[in-house]
Design a protein. Structure first.
Length: 275
């Protein structure tokens, strides 16, 4: 089972400015996880990022995967054991307009004409704690989805709710727009179903030191702002470029894993509009 996507989802709030090195521990809390823990290290220098994490391919032992993104436009995945890497272009998102329509001859997507409402609610517990010499606030955030009958999101249930318990370094409150955006939910290989999504409220701002959503617990173990070597964001000259890394090829994901991946992608898209 691949775990990179979920780890990236919860670590997305760990984005910092200037040169930053962050060591993060992720604990898997699901009933079939066995309490598995992983340690990942992220380096950020301006718009460039490097992540060193672990990947499982079925029941095979975990192997290290290095991901590098440059300016949010070009990405690389490196397998240190095989000394191989792949290169890919990162799709550049744009904020869709409600008036956007798919071409009539589109064979890959269709619009449901239905609405998915997403509600964000934040509760400040009033608790404060020191981490790395900074004060963090204890916040409980709730994300609730309510899908109109016939919407793409009703493939599993018409209403879902998720709670995230986290400690965050405070930052000045940002006024995040409430509005409408378009996202997609669908099975791989099928036509993609497109809902209209209305966002209410905002997610917690600041850096998340600890987050627990009942499935994963992610916590920062080390945090440094020492200058980073630029070579961290370069592919070593002795690596061989390949079309795909065998370590990332495994059995097809289960339907619950597909739903989780789609939900993770949806949250990332929503968060990107509010930055």
């Amino acid at each position: 089972m691949r775990v990179v996507g979920l780890v990236t989802l919860l670590a997305s709030s760990l984005i910092l400015s200037a040169d930053t090195r962050t060591v993060t521990k992720t604990t898997f809390l699901g009933p079939y996880s066995g309490g598995r823990e992983t340690i990942s290290t992220e380096y950020q220098q301006g718009d460039n990022r490097r992540t060193e994490s672990e990947v499982w391919n079925g029941d095979s032992p975990a192997r290290q995967l290095i991901s590098i993104t440059l300016g949010g436009k070009v990405g690389y995945q490196l397998d240190p054991k095989a000394r191989e890497y792949t290169e890919y272009q990162i799709p550049q998102p744009r904020r869709p307009k409600p008036s956007d329509q798919e071409p009539e001859n589109s064979t890959t997507t269709y619009q449901s004409g239905k609405t998915l409402d997403i509600y964000f609610e934040i509760t400040d517990t009033g608790e404060r704690k020191e981490f790395f010499g900074q004060t963090a606030e204890h916040l409980i955030s709730r994300e609730r989805r309510v899908a109109e009958p016939g919407a793409c999101a009703t493939s599993s249930t018409s209403e879902t709710e998720r709670e995230i318990d986290g400690w965050y370094f405070a930052e000045p409150e940002k006024v995040s727009p409430q509005g409408i955006l378009i996202s997609s939910i669908g099975r791989p290989g099928d036509k993609t179903c497109v809902d209209k999504i209305v966002v209410h409220g905002r997610r917690p701002g600041g850096v998340a030191v600890i987050m627990n959503n009942g499935v994963l617990k992610v916590e920062i173990l080390e945090l440094s702002h020492e200058p980073l070597d630029k070579s961290l964001f370069e592919v070593p000259s002795d690596y061989t470029k390949v079309q795909a890394l065998p370590m990332l090829q495994g059995p097809p994901p289960t339907w619950p894993q597909i739903l989780e991946r789609e939900w993770a992608q949806l949250l990332r898209e929503i968060e990107s509009w509010f930055r």
